[in-house]
Design a protein around this ligand. Structure first.
Ligand code: PA5
Length: 417
């Protein structure tokens, strides 16, 4: 179960009754059935027959394909990438390999991927809620050609479309071309969709425990249901807003395992798109420790004091330890016999103390072991905390009107009719 320690937030840990009341009102609002709150009870109300169909499709992909090409952008790929990076990290992952496209417009990357897929058996999971987003639509057109060239009439059987039930070009194409398709519920927005087929199909196809992931989220839904201050999501939302309102404009999410990097990327999108509007919002940034202590550590310790930091910790699983060396040429025998993970944890304690002393309030989120259940719980915890935090700051967590501005310019420049 995800836990949070806010003792390192100093005075902000005492956010006061009026902040608590704002969080209670936010939770009530979420439970009142506002638009786009379908994710709130998604884990416990998941349609079992639909979930089974997702897992059956995943089995078929695993039998027929070395690679599943996941085409999507933003909320349509980050969740699956986050979960599978933790549960099926290379090297040593024997499942179907996930590769991602449609999350950018680089021609060089596309060329490399086309070459890579040429000699491999692959299927495509194209994911777009709107069914009209330019980046995945362009990528799908490119990679579908390769699929058709390789598999001829059998190509359509290798395309899995995840999109809106009715609307959008992708839904129409799925109908016309006979792709197997999955629905993103109307009341679940992109960045809150990891527990729908958007996340579940690629996660299961990669060989990860998608059922365990869903179960972990259902457990979190139950344990985070209370509208009171025992709820860790309330604590996180309240302390964030208390820090923000006192000038801590940037939150750094620091992970201590490289496999959690994409969890931080997913978190950034969730919080950034949900809160950054109406000229408000904490800027979410991420770091990978201890690597980034040697690049960003100086700024964090002594730069502008607008930072708050949240450590994301998972229980260690590594066996590696520093060996004893008779010659001790590197003078490192004082560390001999210590596990790498033990040193990593000590580094966390040391960094926390240093950053707090330097004026950076520090929170710590412990997700438990890096397994499917914990990840389900963690991502649900973040979704709930984020929606509460956005409501507390007075913005709608479920829209992203600002994303249209670049699209308008780009369409005009490219001559879209
Ligand atoms: O959270 C969101 O709604 C967005 O980030 C979307 O996920 C992203 O823009 C992709 O949209 P779509 O799934 O419609 O292609």
């Amino acid at each position: 179960m995800t836990t949070i320690d806010i003792s390192g937030a100093g005075k902000y840990a005492e956010f006061g009754e009026s902040m608590e009341k704002r969080a209670f009102a936010a939770h009530e609002r979420l439970e009142s059935g506002e638009p786009f709150t379908g994710w709130l009870h998604l884990p416990s109300r998941a349609d079992e027959s639909e979930t089974r169909r997702v897992f059956e499709a995943a089995d078929r992909i695993r039998q027929s394909s070395d690679v599943l090409l996941v085409i999507g952008i933003g909320g349509s790929y980050l969740g699956a990438r986050a979960v599978t990076d933790v549960l099926c990290p290379p090297p040593g992952n024997s499942g179907t390999q996930l590769v991602f496209a449609g999350n950018g417009l680089s021609g060089a990357y596309t060329d490399r991927l086309l070459r890579y897929l040429e000699d491999r058996d692959f299927s495509i999971n194209v994911i777009s809620k709107s069914g009209t987003t330019t980046e995945p639509a362009a990528a799908f057109r490119i990679f579908e050609r390769l699929l058709e060239r390789k598999y001829g009439a059998g190509a359509a059987k290798r395309v899995y479309a995840t999109t809106d039930a009715e609307k959008g070009a992708l839904r129409s194409m799925a109908r016309e071309r006979g792709y197997e398709s999955f629905v993103i519920p109307d009341d679940v927005g992109g960045r809150y969709s990891v527990l729908t087929p958007v996340g579940l199909l690629p996660i299961a196809a990669a060989g990860a425990d998608a059922a365990g992931f869903l179960k972990g989220a259902a457990e979190a839904e139950l344990s985070l249901g209370a509208n009171d201050m025992s709820n860790p999501a309330h604590k996180y939302a309240c302390v964030r807003q208390a820090m923000y309102e006192d000038g801590k404009k940037i939150e750094l999410l620091a992970v201590w395992e490289p496999t959690l990097r994409y969890v931080a990327e997913w978190w950034k999108q969730l919080f950034g798109e949900s809160e950054g509007k109406e000229h408000k919002g904490i800027f979410p940034a991420s770091l990978e420790y201890t690597a980034d202590l040697h690049s960003m550590g100086q700024y964090i310790q002594q730069g502008e004091r607008t930072l708050a930091e949240t450590f994301l910790w998972c229980e260690p699983t590594g066996k590696a330890e520093v060996p004893f060396d008779e010659n001790d040429g590197d003078g490192l025998n004082w560390l001999a016999g210590k596990k790498a993970d033990e040193i990593n944890r000590t580094a966390l304690e040391a960094v926390k103390r240093a950053h707090i002393d330097g004026g950076v309030p520090c929170l710590e989120i412990n997700m438990g072991p890096p397994d499917a259940r914990s990840l389900g719980g963690l991502l649900y915890f973040f979704e709930l905390s984020c929606a509460l935090s956005a409501y507390v700051s007075g913005v709608c967590p479920f829209d992203q009107p600002g994303v249209e501005a670049y699209k308008k310019n780009m369409f005009k420049m490219l001559g879209k009719p």
